[in-house]
Design a protein around this ligand. Structure first.
Ligand code: AMP
Length: 121
């Protein structure tokens, strides 16, 4: 890729620190630095090939399924197993990091608290 690395690539490369809660060969999961819920994790495919969930679904549906599986397991480990899974897709939809990632939100969510705009930086 010719673009400069995103913040997530730099976290995956250990160039900047993060609170890593899960990692395997294809996925890393970290705590969001600006949590919008009692539990707010990011599940991030390591590949920088896909900017958003639509590209991931087309290019590697098995990896998308793995993202969902990891999200579920993390919600069980860090909360009560119930969670909201959000993929912001596109800058006008609140996506600030153009490297596909799922927000896993859990723990005493109240309706209205997590409007899409509240997930934008
Ligand atoms: P999005 O706005 O959907 O692209 O989500 C990007 C998310 O990354 C935001 O919720 C940010 O709070 C989060 N974020 C940005 N930088 C960091 C970082 N260094 N460590 C953890 N989370 C981060």
């Amino acid at each position: 890729m010719t673009d400069s690395p995103t913040i997530f690539e730099r976290i995956i490369a250990r160039e900047i620190p993060a609170d890593i809660v899960f990692e395997n060969d294809s996925i890393i999961a970290i705590r969001d630095i600006a949590p919008k819920a009692p539990v707010h994790l990011l599940v991030i495919p390591k590949t920088a090939k896909y900017a958003n969930v639509s590209e991931l679904a087309t290019g590697d549906p098995a990896l998308l399924a793995e993202v969902v599986h990891v999200a579920r397991n993390l919600a069980i480990m860090h909360s009560n197993g119930e969670f909201r899974l959000i993929f912001n897709s596109g800058e006008s939809a609140g996506q600030t990091v153009l490297h596909v990632h799922a927000h896993v939100l859990s723990g005493e969510l109240h309706s209205g608290e997590l409007a899409e705009s509240s997930l934008a930086n």
